[in-house]
Ligand binder design. Sequence first.
Ligand code: PBE
Length: 324
Amino acid sequence: MRKFNWKRLSVAAGLSFTLVAAGCGGGEESGEEGSEGGEQTTEETSEESGGESSEGGAAYGEELDYTITGIEPGAGVVQASENATEEYESLAGWEVETSSSGAMATALGEAFDNEEPIVVTGWSPHWKFEAYDLKYLEDPQGVFGEAEEIKTMVREGLEEDLPNAYTVLDQFEWSEDDMNSVMLEINEGATPEEAAENFVEENQDVVDTWTEGAEEVDGKEIELVYVEWDTEVASTNVVANVLTDLGFDVTITPLDNAVMWESVANGDVDGMVAAWLPATHGDLYEQHKDNLVDLGANLEGAKIGLVVPEYMDVDSIEDLDPAN
Ligand code: PBE
C-alpha cells in the first residue's frame, strides 16, 4: 500500500526528508514519528521553497502551473471544477486538465511519492482515501453541491420485459464500505470480475436482499452501461455478477458519461447504476428524466470536490492563489 510505504519512508528519512519536502507546507507526517510537525517545520519549509508560501499559508498556484488534475472530459466533477475556476477568485486563471481516472490516480501517487502538491478532481467513495491521507478542500460557495446519491436508472418497459432483472436492479443497494472493499481489491490487482465475485461470495446476506423475490431465468440477455470510473467499475461488475448467477446473459459496456445516459433513455440498453445526483449529473438527468425509470439510490453519502494531500497547507478552495 502506498500509504504504508509513504509513512515508512518519511520515518526512515527523518529530517532530511523534511528538507526535500520544502514548499509542501510541512504536514505532520514529515517530522519525527510521534511529533506533530507543527510551526517550526512549516516555517523552515516555507523558506526552502523560495518564497512560494506566504505568511497566511501556502499558495500553490505557480508551483502547480495553475492546473487542476482532472479525469474524463464528460465527468460531472470536471464540469463542476471548471465552474469553480469561474466562481472563485482564488482560481482565476486556473485550468482543469482532463485525462482519465487512471491517469489522475497515477499523478496523485507520484505527488505522494515526492511529497509534492497536487489538486485533483476527487470523489468518494474512492480507494484513494484508503491509500493516501487526503482531504477535500472546503467549498464555501457550494459549487460542488452537498452529499450526493448514486442512483439506478433503467429504460422504460424493463419491468415488463425483464421483471426479474428489474427486481434485482430495484433492490440493489450497498454501503460505502461495501463499495470501497471492491474498489480496493481491484486497485490491488484483482480483475473487476474477480473482485465482484469475491464480494458476492463474502456478502451473501447483502446480496440476498437484492435477489429477494427474483426468479432464475434461462439465458435472457441484458445490457448495462457504465463509465470507467472506479466506483462504477465496482458497482456494475457486482450487479453483473449477481444477474449472471440468476441465469442472465449479461453484457456490460463502458461509455462516455453523456452517451451512457442517452443510451438508457433511448432504450438502446437496459440500465445503469451510475447516476450521481442531484448535482454531479444534474444536467443529464434534467435532459433525460422523462424517458427514464428512476429506481432510487443504490448508495448514499457520495461526494465530489477538489481533493489535495493532507500535507498541503490549504483547507479551502479560497486558500489557493490566482494566476495574476
Ligand atoms: N465521478 C465518479 C463521476 C461520477 C462518478 C465523480 C468521477 C462524475 O464526476 O461524473
